[in-house]
Write a new protein. Structure first.
Lengths: 123, 325
């Protein structure tokens, strides 16, 4: 985690949960953190998130409003695509618990497993 | 010249014959860790033999002597003798090209693979830290997703990831099996094992040995991690966990005939465990050690025989090391 890692995640949570663009003041109000971070800290980290591409910013009167560039679900879907990808060169990046099965294989194995469990219970 | 020919033939046999003899061999499933080691050793041995064959063509064998001046002179004379004839020069050049090509290609592919993997991992981790919920009691990161899945992000800042779908599908014992499986991957550095196997397969795509080794190692590391999970949570619990995570998903692409690896793994866990006997594990380990040492012995043998053991000019420790080789 970077120095601001947790605060970054908390700010993104606030913006995602709001479902709309927020001013820094509004972000601060929605952060449920103890101790409450300073306005300047939140402002700095929000700008970091903007530079990293997580947030977009638009002028709103004299201040700026920050909105999420992608929804949380889109990011999660991207991670899952990588995690479940069958492309061989991913296996060194991630180690998945399981690869896919062919249709029909799962049913047959469920049956065999049921038999094995029953046999073990009877012994 | 003879040394080079022997090494080259040895490398050729390893690259073509070994994968045919060993692919799908049943004993590897019974001792996956030994299987992984044997496949790794075969690859390393073939690589070493090819490089040494090239070097043996390039550098003529010289009587090794503890007197540096004498040794250098002998080297220069042998080199001049070899490269004076057009045939000798051509063989030397071909050998140098072979050795450099094999070494260079391997290093280049390993370098690009490591850079790519490091970048992909750090990108994945950055997003994961933002959208995942850390579960400190279990030591995992939870992702909000319907599909049951569990995976780990290896490396220095490693993470074990599990989806809410998997948490809902698995009971506590099964979850423990899944986590034990992932921890085994990390503890035994299976990611590094796979990276190396993939690098060789990618660097020399036409060599059957490296292709087969990659596929077999990918299969065997999963079985090894299954064994660790089964030792902790029981074989049938591990099998049930595998089925629970794999069962609900439809495959995106057609898989190889003969059943998916996941199905083989479940089969293996359901059937009564038959680990390889100690005797056969020892025999396998010995064979692996011999395969690893063979190319070095072929090169080292004549050199050692040529060494003048009785000559020791000043008796310094370093000179003794050279002469007792």
């Amino acid at each position: 985690m970077t120095q601001f890692g947790e605060l970054e995640a908390a700010i993104m949570d606030a913006v995602w949960d709001a479902g709309k663009s927020l001013r820094v003041r509004e972000v601060l109000e929605r952060l449920d953190r103890d101790p409450e971070p300073a306005y300047n800290t939140v402002h700095t980290v929000t700008e970091i998130l903007y530079r990293k591409g997580w947030l977009s910013k638009e002028k709103d009167g004299r201040a700026y409003k920050y909105g999420a560039t992608k929804s949380r679900e889109e990011y999660v879907a991207g991670l899952m695509d990588e995690a479940l990808s069958v492309a061989g060169n991913r296996t060194a990046t991630l180690a998945r618990f399981v690869q896919q099965m062919q249709p029909g294989e799962a049913e047959e194995l469920h049956r065999l497993l049921g038999q094995a469990v029953a046999k073990e219970a009877s012994e | 010249m003879i040394v080079a020919a022997i090494l080259f033939t040895y490398a050729l046999l390893l690259c073509t014959l070994a994968p045919r003899l060993l692919r799908g061999a049943h004993w590897t499933q019974r001792a996956p860790r030994l299987g992984i080691v044997v496949w790794q050793v075969l690859g390393a041995s073939a690589l070493t033999a090819a490089v040494l064959a090239g070097l043996a063509l390039t550098v003529p064998t010289v009587r090794v002597s503890a007197d540096l001046a004498q040794l250098l002179q002998a080297c220069v004379m042998a080199l001049t003798a070899q490269y004076a004839s057009p045939g000798g020069a051509a063989a030397g050049a071909a050998g140098a090209v072979l050795a450099l090509a094999v070494l260079g290609r391997t290093a280049w592919c390993a370098g690009t693979a490591l850079t790519r993997i490091r970048r992909e991992r750090s990108e994945h981790r950055e997003i994961l830290d933002m959208v995942g919920r850390p579960d400190t009691t279990r030591g995992v990161v939870v992702l909000d997703h319907e599909e049951p899945a569990a995976y780990c992000l290896p490396g220095r800042h490693r993470r074990t990831v599990i989806t809410t779908g998997a948490l809902r599908t698995l009971d506590d014992d099964q979850l423990e099996a899944v986590l034990a499986h992932e921890h085994a991957h990390q503890a035994e550095r299976h990611d590094a094992v796979l990276t190396w196997a993939q690098t060789l397969a990618h660097a020399f795509p036409r060599i059957p040995l490296f292709r087969t080794a990659e596929a077999e190692i990918a299969r065997l590391v999963e079985m090894r991690a299954d064994d660790v999970a089964a030792a902790r949570s029981g074989r049938l619990t591990t099998a049930a966990a595998l089925l629970a995570v794999a069962g609900g998903r439809t495959p995106a692409v057609a898989l190889a005939a003969g059943g998916s690896t996941a199905a083989q793994r479940v089969h293996r866990l359901i059937e009564p465990r038959r680990p390889l006997s100690r005797m056969r594990i020892a025999a396998g380990s010995l064979t692996a050690a011999v395969a690893l040492a063979l190319p070095l012995l072929v090169v080292g043998g004549p050199a050692a025989a040529a060494t003048q053991l009785n000559y020791c000019p000043d008796g310094t420790p370093s000179a003794q090391v050279t002469t007792t080789r």
